[in-house]
Write a protein that binds this ligand. Structure first.
Ligand SMILES: Cc1cc2nc3c(=O)[nH]c(=O)nc-3n(C[C@H](O)[C@H](O)[C@H](O)COP(=O)(O)OP(=O)(O)OC[C@H]3O[C@@H](n4cnc5c(N)ncnc54)[C@H](O)[C@@H]3O)c2cc1C
Length: 417
C-alpha cells in the first residue's frame, strides 16, 4: 500500500459546481483533517442554475422514499439555516399549488397526503384563501406549502468554497481532468496542464460530464447525459405574482405544468420547459456556460420520452412550447394574460441522465466503484438538495478511503497538490 506521503490528497473531487463543493464541504466537516482537493476546469466558482434558477424546491411532488424527496425536503430546511448563518440572500415565500379544473382536484388531494407524509407544512385553501396569498391568482382550490422560496445559489456555492478553503481544503480552478488512472492503491488523475494528482478516493461531481469521467475511470456509468434546452418566459407585469405559484403537476407529462416563480430580482419567470437541445444545439449558451462537447449534443435526439412529449402540446418546430400555448396555460392561473404579456427569458440548459433503453433517470443517481464515487445524475432540485446530497457523497467517499486502511487524522489541516 502507498504511504500517506505518496498521496497528494485523501479525497479528490472533480467538479467545483454546487454538488462538488457541498461534497467537499461535508468531507471537511465529517472528517476534519481529511485532505480534500477540488479540481474545476473553469477559471472561477460558477453555479449552473444560471439566470433562471434560484428556486428552493419543497420536494412535495417526489415519491416518498425517493432520494429526491428526502434530500429536497431536508435540503430546503438546511439551506435556509445555512443562508441565515452566512448572510446569503434567501427568502422563504412558501409555494402555492393551484387546481384550476375539477380533474386536477384528486391530484391536488394526493399532493396534500404526500406533503404530510414528507412532514411538510401544508395548508388547504379555497378560492378566497388563495387570494390571501396571491390576490391575482384564480383557482378552484390550492395548497400552500410553507417551505420553498428563492435563494442566491451562487452565493451558497461561493460560501461553500470559502468554507472548504478555511478548513484546509484546496480548490484548483482551470484544472481540467483529462485522464483518470485507477491503481490498486487509489487513483491518479492528470489535468490538461500535465499535472498529476494522486488520491485514495475519487469523487466525480462533473455534472454534465459525469458519465464521461466515469468512463475515463474505467467504470460503466450505465447512463449517458443528454443536453436539454430550457425555454422560459417572463411576465411583463411581474406585480401579478408574489412568490411561487404552480399548477397541479400532471405526472403523465414530464414537465410540471405552468409554473410562475418570482425571483430575488423581482422577475416573474414562467416555465421552464425542457426540450432536447438537438437542432439548435450549437446555439445553446446558457449564461455563458456549458460548452458541451459535440458527443453530448449529438446524442440529445435519442431521448424518446422527450420526443414523445414534444408532440403532446402546442410546440414550436424545435420542440419548445409556443408562446401562445404558454399564455394559454398561464391564463388558467392568471386570467387575462396574453402572448403580449410574456417576454422570452434567457434560455438555459441542463442535462438529463438517460438509461440505455432511453428511460430518463428521475431520481439522484450515485454509483460506488473501487476508489470512486460517481454522481451520475443530479436532477432539477439538486441545488436545493445540495447539503444532504454532499453529506451522502462524503459518507460514501470516506467509506471507500477507509477500505484502504486509512483513518482520518484527529487533527490535521493539510493541503495537497
Ligand atoms: C438552468 C438550470 C436551472 C436550475 N434551477 C434550479 C433551481 O432553481 N433550484 C434547484 O434546486 N436546482 C436548480 N437546478 C439544478 C441544480 O442547480 C443543478 O442540478 C446543479 O447546479 C448541478 O450542480 P453540479 O455541481 O452537479 O453540476 P455543475 O454545476 O455543472 O458542476 C459540474 C462542474 O464540473 C466541472 N467539470 C466538468 N468536467 C470537468 C473536468 N473534466 N475536469 C474538471 N472539472 C470538470 C464543470 O466545469 C462544472 O463546474 C437548475 C439547473 C439548471 C441547469
Amino acid at each position: 500500500m502507498a504511504t500517506h506521503a505518496a498521496y497528494d490528497c485523501d479525497v479528490l473531487v472533480i467538479g467545483g459546481g454546487i454538488v462538488g463543493l457541498s461534497s467537499a464541504y461535508a468531507l471537511t466537516r465529517t472528517a476534519p483533517g481529511t485532505r480534500v482537493t477540488v479540481l474545476e476546469k473553469e477559471h472561477g466558482p460558477r453555479h449552473r442554475s444560471g439566470p433562471g434558477g434560484g428556486m428552493v424546491h419543497t420536494g412535495i411532488r417526489h415519491a416518498p422514499g425517493s432520494l429526491q424527496a428526502r434530500w429536497t425536503v431536508r435540503g430546503a430546511a438546511e439551506l435556509a439555516a445555512f443562508c441565515a448563518e452566512h448572510g446569503i440572500t434567501h427568502t422563504v415565500t412558501g409555494k402555492l399549488i393551484v387546481a384550476t379544473a375539477g380533474t386536477e382536484l384528486p391530484r391536488l388531494h394526493g399532493l396534500v397526503q404526500r406533503g404530510r407524509a414528507h412532514g411538510l407544512p401544508v395548508r388547504e385553501l379555497g378560492p378566497a384563501q388563495i387570494a390571501e396569498y396571491e390576490p391575482r391568482v384564480r383557482g378552484l382550490a390550492a395548497i400552500r406549502v410553507g417551505t420553498g422560496g428563492v435563494c442566491d445559489f451562487a452565493g451558497v456555492a461561493a460560501r461553500l468554497a470559502a468554507e472548504v478553503g478555511d478548513a484546509g481544503g484546496r480548490i484548483r480552478y482551470g484544472a481540467e481532468v483529462v485522464t483518470v488512472d485507477r491503481r490498486p492503491w487509489g487513483v491518479a488523475v492528470r489535468t490538461s496542464d500535465g499535472r498529476v494528482v494522486r488520491a485514495r478516493t475519487l469523487v466525480n461531481c462533473a455534472g454534465p460530464h459525469s458519465d464521461r469521467i466515469a468512463r475515463l475511470a474505467g467504470d460503466d456509468p450505465g447512463v449517458r447525459n443528454v443536453l436539454l434546452r430550457e425555454t422560459s418566459y417572463e411576465l411583463t407585469a411581474p406585480d401579478q405574482v408574489r412568490g411561487l405559484v404552480h399548477q397541479v403537476p400532471d405526472p403523465a407529462l414530464r414537465h410540471p405544468g405552468a409554473r410562475l416563480t418570482r425571483g430575488l430580482d423581482g422577475v416573474v419567470r414562467v416555465g421552464p420547459a425542457a426540450v432536447p437541445a438537438r437542432a439548435e444545439a450549437g446555439s445553446v449558451r446558457p449564461a455563458g456556460r456549458l460548452r458541451e462537447p459535440a458527443s453530448v449534443l449529438g446524442r440529445a435526439g435519442s431521448w424518446p420520452g422527450a420526443l414523445r412529449h414534444r408532440r403532446q402540446e402546442g410546440q414550436e418546430a424545435h420542440g419548445a412550447p409556443a408562446r401562445r400555448a404558454v399564455a394559454r396555460a398561464v391564463r388558467r392561473l392568471l386570467p387575462g394574460v396574453t402572448e403580449d404579456d410574456l417576454r422570452p427569458y434567457p434560455s438555459g440548459a441542463r442535462t438529463q441522465a438517460v438509461l440505455r433503453d432511453g428511460t430518463p433517470v428521475d431520481d439522484f443517481l450515485l454509483r460506488d466503484a473501487p476508489h470512486a464515487v460517481h454522481v451520475l445524475h443530479a436532477p432539477a432540485t439538486a441545488a436545493t438538495a445540495s447539503l444532504p446530497l454532499g453529506r451522502e457523497v462524503a459518507r460514501r467517499a470516506l467509506l471507500r478511503a477507509r477500505a484502504t486502511g486509512w483513518r482520518p487524522p484527529a487533527v490535521e489541516s493539510g493541503h495537497c497538490v
